[in-house]
Design a protein around this ligand. Structure first.
Ligand code: PEP
Ligand code: MN
Length: 339
């Protein structure tokens, strides 16, 4: 940590800062310049709140030089994490894995129709919500356990992994027989009790960025899961809330290379929730692959006008197949391949 003192700081104020740091167990290195004094403190505890220093008199700025997350940080596994599945699919390796399916599981007919289409186009995982986090309590809330059974059946029929959202601790156990990946939705990114419980299981987790979360907060949430011993985490950008209203959210493509720099965890992209508009999904999916995304999560529906959730952002199967063709051209330009 670096504490830059104000030019006008008195010797007494500088000493006060040094004593404060020594009391907290830091080893302190002072550098006295012609105009300004800088104090470097080594040995920061991960949970140290730099505001405690910022408020001391004579202090101009405080910078943290080590990340507050340890397990999720790139230096923990410089070579990167690859999440592997029993059927040979790998997320975080040279191949980009596409996960697709409806926003919600609505019926057997709907799910099997969409699953067949996305498998034919080259998706490797089937998405579909059985427990839905809806903004309104009057909207469709999902089929629950029945939806999970359908997902597993369709996944097995079309050789697709299954990913579905877990909203609360009590759902983890009942979901285990049916899902290959537990999705933690944007609204639950900071449900720390849920994250802790997911740290105790041996099943990959796709952790979505909260709608107003910084990337540091996303990585700290991953840290909660990893601290429990589950290192199989895929992070996911799904758009954040900004002042722009044209799209449902603002797709933060830059989050992809930033997370790759800060963390060893694979980074996925969800351009469906990132834009909320069908016509903007393909451009953002293409940009995500170009920016280095390790996986994509895309909503597809065979009859989106009748979808019970997120129809406006769901691709028609034909649009999805066309997008897959384009991604197969883009991926090699950045040294990747579509799985
Ligand atoms: C979803 O994937 O359907 C979903 C609800 O996502 P998010 O948590 O990103 O809103
Ligand atoms: Mn959705």
């Amino acid at each position: 940590m670096i504490v830059a003192m104000q030019e006008s700081a008195t010797e007494q104020q500088i000493q006060q800062v040094i004593e404060h740091l020594v009391r907290l167990g830091f080893s302190v290195h002072r550098s006295t310049g012609a105009r300004q004094t800088v104090v470097a403190a080594v040995g920061a505890r991960a949970d140290f709140d730099i505001r405690n220093l910022e408020v001391l008199s004579g202090v101009e700025q405080v910078h943290r030089i080590s990340a507050p997350y340890k397990l999720a940080g790139r230096s923990f596994r410089p070579q990167g994490t690859v999440v592997e599945f029993a059927n040979g699919v790998k997320i975080g390796g040279p191949e980009v894995v596409v996960m697709a399916g409806p926003c919600s599981v609505e019926s057997r007919d709907q799910l099997f129709t969409v699953a067949e289409e996305v498998a034919k186009a080259g998706a490797r995982a089937l998405r579909g919500g059985a427990f839905k986090p809806r903004s309104s309590p009057y909207s469709f809330q999902g089929l629950g356990l029945e939806g999970l059974k359908l997902l597993r059946e369709a996944g097995d029929r079309f050789d697709l992994l299954v990913i579905s959202e877990v909203m609360e601790i009590s759902q983890i156990e009942p979901m285990l027989p049916y899902v290959d990946i537990f999705q933690v939705g944007a609204r639950n990114m900071q449900n720390f009790n849920l994250l802790r419980e997911l740290g105790k299981i041996k099943r990959p987790i796709l952790l979505k960025r909260g709608i107003a979360a910084t990337l540091e907060e996303l990585l700290l949430s991953a840290e909660y899961i990893m601290a429990g011993g589950n290192y199989d985490i895929i992070l996911c950008e799904r758009g954040i809330r900004t002042f722009e209203t044209y799209t449902r959210n603002t797709m933060d493509i830059s989050a992809i290379p930033i997370v790759h720099k800060l963390s060893h965890l694979p980074m996925a992209s969800d351009p469906s929730h990132g834009t909320g508009r069908r016509d903007k999904v393909a451009p953002m999916a293409r940009a995500s692959v170009a920016a280095g995304a390790d996986a994509l999560l895309i909503e597809v529906h065979h009859d989106p006008d009748k979808a019970l959730s997120d129809g406006a952002q769901s691709l028609y199967p034909g649009q999805f197949a066309e997008l897959m063709e384009q991604l197969r051209i883009i991926a090699p330009a950045v040294g990747r391949k579509i799985a």
